[in-house]
Design a protein around this ligand. Structure first.
Ligand SMILES: Cc1cc2nc3c(=O)[nH]c(=O)nc-3n(C[C@H](O)[C@H](O)[C@H](O)COP(=O)(O)OP(=O)(O)OC[C@H]3O[C@@H](n4cnc5c(N)ncnc54)[C@H](O)[C@@H]3O)c2cc1C
Length: 565
């Protein structure tokens, strides 16, 4: 695929990546294969959402597909749209209630990524004495979303995620996978600036069958989850229809009544899927629709990489959000929350190794320190976006083999996991993606930052490190280490978008609401298609929350649609 082709498909120069070529390869192992370009632009001082006067194209409902264009009508109790984490859980959960379920998936496979699963009170957590106060966790999510979320909806995750995690693990064991607990020190670091919660609930070593069933290169823990949910659906009798993109919902009474069906397929071969109990939208997020993304999250104009596209391709175009809005559904107030991680390497075709993302000294392109480097990923990305050049340099020295592990950073920056690969680091240094030098002066030249500023910044940082107190930005003392022992290293970092997190407004039964916040009968949503949960930024200090919400809400939506219809 050429660069021009990429642009046409919604990729920008900043998000230039080798998309689908990566298939479902785990991000950590993506390493050198992954690509992302650099953004030299600094965002304007203020970005505001587009005004209502410019109605974007995705909000304009298409003409309803007439019955004359429907080649077949298929009826089931429940139609689930989307074969990812939430959709497979919804379908399996509904099928276990005895419902006849059809799952429509746009692509030719189920789609997964990552392997952090956030829950509270699962058996694995109890087994190691990992106790989390549910109300405190809910209040932290509400603080993140600045109380734009619906606390009753957020509480569903705290209340039921442990039970749903157990449901998944029991199935996984049945398929020969081996769930295991996540030690508390691998899910939470004591004393962080923003308090963490040990929500990583379990990991699952795959069976050979699960591993072999997954696309080549899939992370083994991801393969376990993928196989468990896919096979679980098949064994529960779910009729999975691949290559069946849903395109329109059918709502009675001129979009005032019940949602009765969803139309899927391509022009000339549309099929109508009638769900007598209801339709559950689980089409994921809208990261691959650039217009929609930049409308609801203007700061995504300044990302350096789109990691969802790198792993799964440009498949999540917000179809569920759009279809529901066309028939009257309400969406979260915007700007919506993005999931930003500091994974991108501006100007280099790689993703950053965990070593580069440790809370070392960070400077902007003027060689000046500007924030506490230990903040959650989203905050680091936000602070970076306010800097000239919209990028940062992390700087460390040859003491890193002892120092980096001592920071005890967890989740996607954990040096103990495959997010750190010494072989990649070696290659990144050889190829110059990580700059190295024997003097700080030489390093400044390689970074192309003003030497005087940089030397003064390092001198001040060393002074603070020796004092053991970050008087300038309040970083945790354990992460304050001197930069004084050659060889010196510097790596450029930028912003990676993983997913978008704004969705359709729902109630605590996972029912989609209309503009007046009344239930739209027959319509449910889960996972990233559902809203009323996140706002502002992703709460990465409750690691695995996105997956945890997706499997919990999928499971609950499956139960609700069967029970409530
Ligand atoms: C690289 C990466 C790693 C991540 N790692 C983690 C992690 O470790 N922990 C965590 O909590 N979160 C992680 N996330 C986020 C997490 O994967 C998602 O937020 C979550 O899985 C979303 O689940 P979902 O069911 O809403 O959507 P998805 O899993 O995206 O599934 C949506 C499905 O719907 C299908 N679809 C789309 N449109 C249609 C249509 N019109 N008709 C039919 N089907 C359609 C898609 O093809 C897809 O299969 C990661 C994200 C990325 C990009």
């Amino acid at each position: 695929m050429s660069f021009e082709d990429n642009q046409e498909k919604g990729f920008t120069r900043r998000t230039f990546i080798k998309g689908a070529a990566l298939g479902t390869v785990g991000i950590a192992s993506a390493g050198l294969l992954a690509g992302c370009g650099g953004s030299e632009e600094t965002p304007p001082a203020e970005t505001t959402p587009s005004g209502a006067e410019n109605i974007p194209s995705f909000l304009k409902p298409p003409a309803p597909i007439p019955d004359s264009e429907i080649t077949e009508t298929v009826t089931a109790d429940v139609i689930v749209v989307g074969g990812g984490m939430s959709g497979l859980c919804a379908a399996m959960s509904a099928a276990e209630e005895g419902a006849k379920v059809i799952l429509l998936e746009k692509t030719e496979q189920v789609n997964f990524r990552g392997n952090d699963y956030g829950a509270i009170g699962s058996k694995m957590q109890k087994q190691i004495g990992n106790e989390i106060n549910k109300m405190e966790a809910v209040q932290e999510i509400m603080r993140y979303n600045a109380y734009k979320g619906n606390q009753r909806v957020v509480s569903l995750w705290a209340e039921y995620s442990g039970m749903v995690a157990d449901w998944i693990m029991a199935k996984a064991e049945g398929y020969g996978c081996k769930p295991k607990p996540v030690p508390i020190d691998e899910t939470m670091t004591p004393g962080t600036t923003v308090r963490g919660f040990p929500t990583l609930s379990f990991r699952m070593d795959p069976s050979d069958v699960a591993l072999n069933d997954a696309p080549k290169g899939t992370d083994p823990w991801t393969a376990s989850m993928r196989y468990t949910l896919k096979q679980g659906c098949i064994d529960a009798g779910v009729d999975i229809r691949f290559k069946s993109p849903a395109v329109q919902l059918v709502r009675e009474d001129n979009n005032k009544g019940r949602v009765t069906a969803v139309i899927a397929g391509e022009k000339g071969a549309y099929k109508k899927y009638v769900g007598t109990k209801g339709i559950v939208l689980c089409t994921g997020d809208y990261n691959a629709d650039k217009e929609m993304r930049e409308y609801y999250i203007p700061s995504t104009k300044y990302i350096h990489a789109n990691m969802f596209e790198m792993v799964n391709g440009p498949i999540n175009t917000g179809d569920g959000h759009k279809m529901a809005m066309w028939i009257g559904a309400a969406i979260d107030e915007f700007p919506h929350a993005p999931m930003y991680f500091d994974f991108a390497v501006p100007g280099a075709p790689i993703l950053a190794d965990a070593l580069m993302r440790q809370p070392w000294l960070s400077v902007n392109e003027r060689g000046l320190r500007y924030c506490n480097e230990e903040l959650p990923y989203a905050y680091l990305c936000n602070a970076e976006r306010q800097q000239p050049g919209n990028m940062r340099w992390t700087v460390w020295d040859s003491k890193w083999p002892e120092e980096a592990p001592s920071f005890k950073v967890v989740a996607c920056k954990d040096m103990r996991t495959n997010f750190h690969n010494p072989e990649n680091v070696k290659q990144y240094i050889e190829k110059g993606y990580i700059r190295s030098a024997e003097t700080l002066e030489e390093l400044a030249e390689k970074m192309q930052v003003p030497k005087d500023n940089f030397l003064a910044t390092v001198a001040r940082y060393n002074e603070l490190a020796k004092k053991g107190v970050d008087e300038d930005f309040g970083k945790r003392a354990a992460c304050l280490t001197t930069i004084e022992k050659p060889t010196f290293y510097a790596a450029p970092l930028g912003i990676a978008l993983l997913v978008t997190l704004g969705g359709l407004k729902i109630n605590e039964n996972l029912q989609v609401l209309d503009q007046e916040l009344n239930v739209i009968p027959g319509l449910y949503a889960a996972g990233n298609t559902s809203g009323s949960y996140y706002a502002n930024d992703y709460c990465v200090n409750l690691p695995g929350n996105s997956h945890g919400r997706a499997f919990t809400f999928g499971y609950l939506a499956g139960k609700s649609v069967v029970k409530l219809g």
